[in-house]
Design a protein. Sequence first.
Length: 713
Amino acid sequence: MTTIFLAPPPAAHAAMLADLQRWVERGWLRALDHAFAAFVSHHAPQADALLVLGAALASHQLGRGHACLDLRAVVEHADRTLSLPPDGARGRPDDDDGLPPPVSPARLLAGVDLARWQAALDLPAVVGEGPGTQPLVRVADRLYLRRYWQYEQSVRAGIAQRLAQPTAAAAPAAQGALRHALDLLFPPSADSATNWQKVACALAARQGFAIVTGGPGTGKTTTVVRLLAALQHLAMTGATGGAADGAIGRPLRVRLAAPTGKAAARLSEAIAGAVSRLPLAALGDEAALREAIPTEVTTVHRLLGSRPGTRHFRHDARNPLALDVLVLDEASMLDLQMTAQVLAALPQGARLVLLGDKDQLASVEAGAVLGELCQRADAGHYRPDTVAWLQAVSGETVPDALTDAQGHDLDQAIVKLRVSHRFSADSGIGQLAEAVNAGDARAVRRTLAAGHPDLAQATIDDADALRQLVLEGGGARFPAGAAAARGLAPPVGYRHYLRVMRAQRPAGGAPRDALDAWAREVLAAYGQFQLLCALRDGPQGVTGLNQRVAALLRHEGELEAPDAGGWYAGRPVLVTRNDYGLGLMNGDVGVALPVPAPSEPPDGRAPVRQTLRVAFASGDGQGGIRWVLPSRLQAVETVFAMTVHKSQGSEFAHAALMLPDRAAAVLTRELVYTGITRARHWFTLAQARGGAGVLEAAVTTRVERVGGLAGAG
C-alpha cells in the first residue's frame, strides 16, 4: 500500500510509517491500521512518532478483538501483547523476498516505559480523555479509537441505568405474588442445595438488567422460560400494579434473539419444548399464559432491522423497539458495538436479560462483553440486602462464601447456574470441560486416559484414523458397548447424512412439503457430526481439512465430482456474511440437494431433470426450509470442517476437535472448552502425531481481551 500525503511527513514519522509498512507487507498489520497511523501523522505533524505508532497499534488490537490498546502491557511484553508476528505471517530471516525481517515491536519500543508512552500521547488535538472529537481517547493506561470508547461508555451507561431502574415485579406489593409464582414454577425437591435457577429468576425480576450464565446443560433456557412465565403472570393478573412493566392485565411484549441464525433456530426449538413442559395450570389462565410466552427467536440483526451496507439499524434511540422484555441468548458472541446498539434501541423501561456461557470464546469482533461483565460471577459477591431479598421472594439461601458486603451493583444482577443437567457426574465430556476450564492440564490428561464411554482420541495425520472418523465417526475408538449402555445411537460420521440424503429422497413430482421434510431430515443428520478446527489455514486447519474430507468422501463413492461452479449434491456450506435479500445470516448452515427442475414436471415418459438447491433451516423455530439457488450464494464456504468460533451457538451429537501439530496464539483454554462443549453425547479429540504438548499449552493459556467494562458495576 502506498500512502499519499499532501505534504511530506516529518522524518521521525516517515521512519515509523516505513517500519509499519514493512509489517503490512509481511502480514503483521492490516493496511487499515497503517492508513490510520498515516492519517494521524498527516493531521498532527507535530505529534511524537510514538503517538503515530500508538494509533496503528490501537487499530491493530481492534482487529484482534480488543476494545483498546493496553499501554502498560505493550511496554512490558510488546511482542506477546501484540502477537506480532501473528500465526502464519512471514517474518523469519529465511523469507524469500531477499529483505531482512521487519523490526519487532519489542525492538521498536526498546527503552520506552509507561511514562514515555503517556508523555507522547499528551496531545489534546489528537488524544482526548473523554467526550470530544479527537480520533483517540486515553483512559488511564488504555488507548481507544474514539468510536469504541463511545461504544463502551454507552454500554456502561445503559447497564447502569437499568440496574437502577425499579421494576414493578420487585415492588413490595408484588413480592408475595412473585414468591407464589416462583414456588409453583419450581416445586420443592428433596435436594437441600440452593436452586440457582430459582435464584436467577428472582434476581432477574428485581431490576431492568440481568445476566444468567452457566455451562452447557445448566438450564439457562429453562430458567428464562420460567422467568417469563412469572413476569407474565404478574403482569396479566395485575399483581405488579401496572407500573414499569406495562398496564394491568396486558401481557408483556417479549422478544427473543440470538447473534446467529443457527443459535436462534436452536433456541426456538429449546424454548418451544420448555414452554410445553411448564406447570402453568396453577398460575391461572394456562392457555393465555402459554400464548404470552413467545417461542420464535430471531437474530439480533433482524431484530434491530439491518440496513445493508451500513453499520446502522432501523431501530435505535430515536426509533426504539416495541417491547417490554428482551432476552438475548448466546451472549458470549455479542461484541461491543452490537451490545451498544441493542441497548440504544431499547425503550426506557424495558428489561434486558442476557444468557450465555461466560467461559466460551468471545466474539470475533472487538470486545468480550459477557466475559468482562461476568468476571466476578464465580464468587457471587451478593450484598446482605440482596441475600435477604432472595430469601424473601424465593426461599433460597445463598451460601456465605458467595456473600460480600462490598459487592458491586452489577454483581447483584448476575447469577451463575452451577449444576449441569446434561452431563452427569461420571460424564467424560463434562469432566474434560471442567478440567480444561480450570486450566488443570494434569486433570485433562487423567480424564482422557480414564476410558470414559463418551470420549475418544484419534491421530489426525493417520490416513486410516481420519478415514474412520470422517466416514463412520470413529466409533471403534469409543469403549465397546458405550452406545448401548447409555441408550444412545452410536456416534456417526459424514457417511450418515449422505446416506440419509440418498435413501429418503422423494420421488419425482413430490410436493413441496415432502421436499421440506426430506431437507429437515438431511440437515438433522448432518448435525449429528462436526469436525471442529482451531485454525483456518494449514493441513490441520479448515481449508486443508475441507479439501481432504471432500476428496476422501469422493474416493469412497459418497460424493459426485463438482460441477463447474464447485457445487455437488451433499455439499454442506456455511454462510460467511449476512445476506438480507436471501434472509440468511452469518453462521447459517445449508446442504445442497438434488431436486426436480421446476420447469420440467414429470410426465411419466422421461426421467425428471435434477437441479441443485441449497436447503437452509428457516431459523423461525417452525421447522421451515429456505431453498436457495447455488448461484445466488455469494458468501459461503464448504463446511465439512468449521472453526470453533463458527460453531458457537451450535450443538452436535458428536463433535471432533482437531488440534494442530504446534502451538498457536489462538489455541487457548476458551477455544478448547468451547470445542468440547459443542458435543452432546460423543467427543473425539484428534491431535497431530507431532503435536505433543499442544493441548497442555492451550489449556494453560487464557484469552486476555483488553477493555474497560469489567468495572461497569
